[in-house]
Design a protein around this ligand. Structure first.
Ligand SMILES: [Zn+2]
Ligand SMILES: [Zn+2]
Ligand SMILES: [Zn+2]
Length: 255
């Protein structure tokens, strides 16, 4: 399995427009954080998790040649605004792309992107698969099982995804005990933290570190970082040896 971080930033990206803080003005490429998304390549399938407003640029930069499945954590724009740019993949492949998300997110997509489902040249570009709360495991392909992880994002119930030994959690502010159990045993955990200070809708860095230590995956990467997360070099110097900040373009191989 190859995990490529297409974006590691929160909803406004880093640098944030108009801001001249130390993170936003950092010259380190690892401090350029586009909106969060990862591409998981497993058994010759490209599985994209979230498709934010930077997707087109991310796909061009990383020369993404195909998307086989889309997994969407929740309906917020920083995770869905790039959906229009999925259409060229369909125009060329002529294969409808399965999209998995919770019922609320599916309803939003049907409303906002209604032209995907009417008689236009985009119709048929994706098939929608709602994930109900009682789904424990979903067979994406013969060899690829995905486990949805139900997490809280302030008042919203949203999804995280475990694919084999990789778990991706973004925009969480609380995870119940039984859901944490589903994450345990992952070799690589990607977990969100907005920055140093507490936030009602997102883990802080300290909260994410505490949870990462409890789950104790061999490697945990922090993602969905705003400019409140100080520069990569500074934060990395205080992290323990199995916790890292993700950055755009980071590639992780997992056998
Ligand atoms: Zn977000
Ligand atoms: Zn800033
Ligand atoms: Zn969100």
């Amino acid at each position: 399995m190859i995990i490529k971080v297409l974006g590691s930033g929160a909803s406004l990206g880093v640098p944030m427009l108009q801001c001249s803080c130390v993170t936003c003005t950092s010259l380190d490429p690892k401090d350029k954080r586009t909106r969060s998304s990862v591409l998981v390549t497993v058994c010759d399938k490209n599985i994209l998790i979230d498709i934010g407003p930077d997707f087109r640029a991310q796909a061009l930069q990383h020369k993404i040649s195909s998307i086989d499945t889309l997994l969407i954590t929740h309906e917020h724009s920083d995770h869905t605004a790039g959906l229009d740019d999925i259409r060229p993949f369909y125009f060329f492949s002529k294969k409808s792309i399965p999209l998995y998300a919770n019922v609320r997110t599916i309803q939003m997509i049907q409303k906002k992107f209604h032209y995907f489902f009417n008689k236009t040249d985009s119709s048929g570009c994706m098939t929608l698969h709602p994930i109900d709360l009682d789904y424990q495991k979903i067979k994406l392909y013969e060899d690829i099982i995905m486990t949805p992880i139900y997490v809280q994002h302030d008042q919203l119930s949203i999804l995280g995804f475990r694919i084999q030994d990789f778990t991706y959690i973004t925009d969480a502010s609380k995870i119940d005990f039984l859901e944490i159990e589903k994450i345990k045993g992952s070799q690589v955990l990607m977990l969100n933290a907005i920055g140093k200070n507490q936030h009602r809708a997102h883990f802080s860095l300290q909260e994410a570190i505490s949870l990462a230590q409890y789950i104790n995956a061999p490697k945990t990467y922090i993602t969905h970082m705003s400019h409140w997360m100080e520069p990569y070099a500074k934060v990395s110097s205080i992290l323990s040896s199995n916790i890292f900040l993700a950055y755009d373009g980071l590639t992780i191989s997992l056998v």
